[in-house]
Ligand binder design. Structure first.
Ligand code: F6P
Length: 362
């Protein structure tokens, strides 16, 4: 009988609960036990944050957003912010304690569901501490190179597209330029997919540093064509050719990446300055991470979960489950975390966008 522990780390994504469901059910059908570690690795530090997951505990979670286990992006066990009695926060390496608890609990495998940061931590546990680990890729950004798609992305794109659809009528009523900032970190997938599907005039992505003159030219051309409103989609990581990426701040202590944000507002102001057109900006933000996963994301997440259990059965560790074509496969975690997936500039999506008249500003 095997004992599995599952954790969800990093930013949440619609479909996490479907992975948990599949892991619990596929393990149960093999006669194995599953435990959930709350808030990333917390359950392996503190027994109160470890929960037994039985089929009845997960019965209705597949269509729900978020994660029943909770998540964190400041819980790297190799550099964890720990508060002392005086209220000071120190960064400590608690990985050995976690490994001791893992062995003490007699776990046979840790299924780590996360983005690149969480998968990197899982790989370190495998290599440096000998933990039997299997990774499940998750991120709405779809920026993991080793898998064709991650769950959460389709839901985020659908949410963004629906928002764009709604903005057309109000932009048109007021002859305005609506600038919509979407998530995606350093990859432009959400902006590109939602922008094409949602009828954007301009899409700005990190992979193509943009020239504001070209963006304004597009807006002026639309005027000449008797189209007096425009929809501009900006990925949070996009930047103008002569400017740096805009960040909102450093984020919480223990967080490994700075918080992006602000480019949408900046672009809106510049467009107003240069064209004189009325502009408004909005940030879709965490709306893109919330809600029920689409059918596509549910199915992908369920398949990832069941595949992870199959890997645990064959004791094929330090691997990440992945989608290749329509097939489930696995790739070494070491390869999965090497680099991020960017939008290829010669991809048919970029070509399609250009051919249907969408401007990238570059
Ligand atoms: O990686 C997922 C993501 O939603 C990014 O698109 C975004 O930049 C970041 O997480 C936001 O993080 P937080 O939820 O910590 O603000």
């Amino acid at each position: 009988m095997k004992k599995i522990v599952i954790s969800t780390g990093g930013g949440d994504a619609p479909g996490l609960n479907a992975v948990i469901y599949a892991v619990v059910m596929a393990s149960n059908s093999r006669g194995w036990e599953v435990y959930g570690s709350r808030q990333g690795y917390l359950g392996l530090l503190d027994k109160d944050a470890l929960v037994r997951l039985r089929p009845e505990d997960v019965a209705e979670i597949t269509p729900t957003g978020g994660t029943i286990l909770g998540s964190t992006n400041k819980g790297n066990p190799f550099a964890m912010p720990v508060e002392n009695l005086a209220g000071e926060i120190n960064i400590r390496d608690v990985s050995d304690r976690i490994m001791r608890n893992f062995l003490r609990m007699n776990f046979s495998c840790h299924i780590a569901v996360g983005g690149d940061g969480s998968l990197e931590i899982a790989h370190r546990f495998a290599v440096e501490k000998g933990m039997p680990v299997i990774g499940v890729p998750k991120t709405i950004d779809n920026d993991l190179l080793a898998t064709q798609l991650t769950f959460g992305f389709d839901t985020a794109v659908s949410t963004a597209t629906e928002a764009l659809d709604k903005l057309h009528s109000t932009a048109k009523s007021h002859d305005r330029v609506m600038v919509v900032e979407v998530m995606g970190r350093d990859s432009g997938w959400i902006a590109l997919n939602s922008g094409i599907s949602g009828g954007a005039d301009v899409i700005l992505i990190p992979e193509i540093p943009f020239d504001l003159d070209k963006v304004c030219e597009k807006i002026n051309d639309n005027e000449l064509l008797d189209k007096h409103y425009d929809i501009v989609v900006v990925a949070e990581g996009a930047r103008a050719i002569d400017h740096e990426t805009i960040y909102k701040g450093d984020g919480e202590i223990g967080r490994s990446e700075r918080v992006l944000g602000g480019i949408g507002e900046w672009v809106a102001k510049e467009i107003n300055k240069r064209t004189g057109k009325d502009t408004r900006s909005l940030v879709l933000g965490h709306l893109q991470r919330g809600g029920s996963p689409t059918t596509f994301d549910r199915l992908l997440a369920l398949r990832f979960g069941a595949t992870a259990v199959r890997l645990a059965e064959s004791e094929n560790f330090d691997q990440m489950v992945a989608l290749a074509g329509d097939q489930m496969c696995s790739v070494p975690l070491a390869d999965a975390i090497k680099s991020r997936k960017k939008v290829p500039l010669d991809s048919d999506k970029v070509l399609t966008a250009r051919e249907i008249g969408i401007c990238f500003g570059g």
